[in-house]
Unconditional design. Sequence first.
Length: 199
Amino acid sequence: MEYFLIIISAIFVNNIVLAQFLGVCPFLGVSSRLSTATGMSGAVCFVITLATVVTYLLNTYVLVPLGLEFLQTISFILVIAALVQMVEIVLKKTSPSLYAALGIFLPLITTNCAVLGVAITVVSKEFSFGGAPHLMNLGEATVYALATSLGYGLAMILFAGMREQLAGNDVPKAFKGLPIAFITVGIMAMAFLGFSGIV
């Protein structure tokens, strides 16, 4: 039941983009087409999940035992940068068209605050899902990271679908482009706030 609550909370209630407003830059930049939004969602999902597992292990078995907690942020950023480079190399070899479509936003995953935010949240915040507050264990951290990245992907794919529909509709000239996108994402954020009554 605890893992189910983590999943529902991370995807819907505390959606990383629509409730916590982390990772908004690539969210807005890549979501103009459904195909690129799906590719970016997959890349971010992979990076967030793997980065969280690696940084959790690094923090638990290296930084904390050696008293080097002050190096958390810089070491986490280095881990994330290395993983993004790996994703970039794999995408360039396996899917050159997706690699070209993602363009500059792929290396910008390194500076996507959602990735670093999840990694730092997992090692620093206490959670209480039906029990006493505690730091997450590796299983909970992995599930939280995967669910958070799925929430990010869900929001991005829904938003991309809406933007594609809006591109074909008659939108007043003053609202074309980013203004209607901001209005749409604001309405999406308010809709996701409705999930906060569930948990």
